[in-house]
Design a protein around this ligand. Structure first.
Ligand code: PLP
Ligand SMILES: N[C@@H](CCOP(=O)(O)O)C(=O)O
Length: 469
């Protein structure tokens, strides 16, 4: 399998190279050259498989010769061995039509662990083979950062610099990052919002001297491997609910468009997904873009679902590339226009293409709180604010198929919002005992590229240092 850039001008890469890369050198994102297709029989054959075996089947065509199925099996067994549920991503039925797919049974209590625990092992495997090291730079609205730090702390070939927006993540999220005192972990609280952090990360990748000097690599969903690893749970859930004979819909709380894009990828691979519901909070650019074509950046509004307080969603570019017929130069021109002016119009033809798979819903804070109460009163489930946004969207949907809401975080990560909506304070699981009292370490910096690069340059190992050792 080869990977090509959404902007058409970067060299194509194999799986190992794409895993270690961040942005493509032309500023685009890597996508598979073609979508592998699973025939009905191949999907039926996943019935009854464990999560690990499902992951081997789904990922194998993307990985190509980079790892054998036996190596993948060993890697996934290690990655998912420390999840606190035997099913890794269990399904919970809420009523006749609605299900929750619990993605928060990993070490940091959010769906990011599902990909990140494996990504950490992929880095270790590939870097060990060629005796290299990388500098991971990431932007987080809370969950990617904690999952990446958990997966990468104390790994000797990786230096991690994680940018979070100061004061705009929950206390549990912040502490999950800042209490990890490890020599290779550097937390930076930037004076700005998540979009500022993500813009700075992309600017560092686009600074080609800096990127090659420090062998920059990504853990955000700009990294293709992250998305590949998230496709797995769509197959795992749909097969358990009757796929390929019964179509299933998914409602996905959406910020950076990574999780729902993984669902789109599963659909492109032949999984019978009826509707993919893009559920946003008040930061509704994706709802507007897919509904009316108005893909224009507004002001980031701080909400009770902070991990979705995003305007510029990286992975939307991957969808637009497909909708525009995979024309890299046309897509590059359109994305440059968006970056320069803060808005483009999505043509009606492309919106019609998207509407074959996607519905959208904008859910405000009152509806989110009502969904939390409904889950509690109706089935005794406590859900986090992000999951509640998607559950509210699922309840609005008129599709005929069973609807699976992705439960992307444990409610204890967002205790204040859950208490405000339901009056109940969800307990942190025992494995996080001590989190709220541990020493914190982070550096506050302005959202200024020069200052952030200088901070990193003082602490990262230049790429050539290893070659010289
Ligand atoms: C808890 C939670 N839910 C939903 C999202 C949105 O996911 P995505 O950015 O992949 O759209 C995030 C952030 O990524 C998150 O942390
Ligand atoms: N909500 C995310 C934002 C980054 O998303 P990613 O999937 O691109 O890493 C977070 O929790 O940091």
């Amino acid at each position: 399998m080869r990977y090509i850039s959404t902007r058409g001008a970067a060299p194509s890469l194999d799986f190992e190279a794409v895993t270690l890369a961040g942005l493509a050198s032309d500023g685009g994102l890597y996508v598979p050259e073609t979508w592998p297709r699973f025939a009905k029989g191949a999907i039926s054959a996943m019935n009854g498989l464990s999560y690990v075996e499902t992951a081997v089947r789904v990922c194998s065509p993307f990985v190509g010769g980079a790892l054998s199925d036996a190596e993948l099996r060993t890697l996934f067994t290690a990655a998912y061995g420390n999840f606190d549920h035997a099913a890794v991503t269990p399904l919970v039925q809420l009523d006749q039509r609605h299900w929750l797919l619990e993605l928060f049974h990993g070490p940091t209590l959010a769906f990011k662990d599902v990909a990140m625990q494996s990504l950490g092992l992929l880095f270790q495997t590939f870097l060990g083979r060629s005796d290299r090291h990388i500098t991971v730079i990431g932007a987080t609205s809370g969950d990617t950062g904690s999952a990446a730090i958990n997966a990468l702390a104390r790994r000797d070939r990786v230096e991690v610099f994680m940018l979070h927006p100061q004061g705009r993540v929950s206390e549990v999220q912040r502490r999950q990052m800042t209490t990890v005192i490890a020599p290779n972990v550097h937390n930076i609280a930037i004076e700005g919002n998540f979009d500022d952090a993500q813009r700075l990360v992309k600017a560092m990748f686009n600074d080609t001297d800096f990127a090659s000097r420090f062998a920059l690599s990504a853990v955000n969903s700009i990294n293709w491997a992250r998305l590949m690893l998230q496709i797995v749970y769509y197959f795992y859930a749909a097969v358990r609910l009757g796929a390929p004979d019964r179509p299933v819909s998914f409602s996905v709380p959406t910020g950076n468009f990574g999780d729902v894009y993984a669902g789109y990828a599963a659909r492109q691979m032949g999984l019978p997904i009826d509707r993919l519901i893009v559920a946003t909070n008040e930061n509704d650019i994706l709802h507007r873009a897919l509904g009316t074509g108005d893909y224009s950046v507004g002001t980031v509004t701080a909400t009770a679902s902070p991990s979705m307080d995003i305007q510029v969603s990286s992975n939307f570019e991957r969808l637009l590339f497909d909708l525009a017929g995979r024309d890299g130069s046309a897509n590059a021109a359109s994305m440059r226009g968006f970056e320069a002016t803060g808005g483009v119009v999505i043509p009606a033809g492309q919106r019609a293409g998207a509407a074959l798979a996607f519905d959208t819903a904008r859910v405000d804070s009152a509806e989110m709180a009502a969904a939390m109460r409904w889950a509690q009163d109706h089935s005794g489930q406590h859900i986090d604010p992000h999951t509640a946004i998607a559950l509210a969207a699922a309840q609005r949907s008129s599709c005929d198929s069973p609807v699976v809401t992705l439960a992307t975080a444990h409610p204890a990560k967002f205790q204040d919002a859950v208490v405000a909506a339901t009056g109940v304070r969800p307990e942190l699981p025992a494995r996080l005992k001590g989190l709220m009292t541990g020493e914190e370490r982070f550096t506050v910096l302005p959202a200024d590229l020069g200052k952030i690069e200088a901070f990193i340059a003082e602490r990262a190992r230049p790429a050539f240092a290893v070659a010289a050792e």
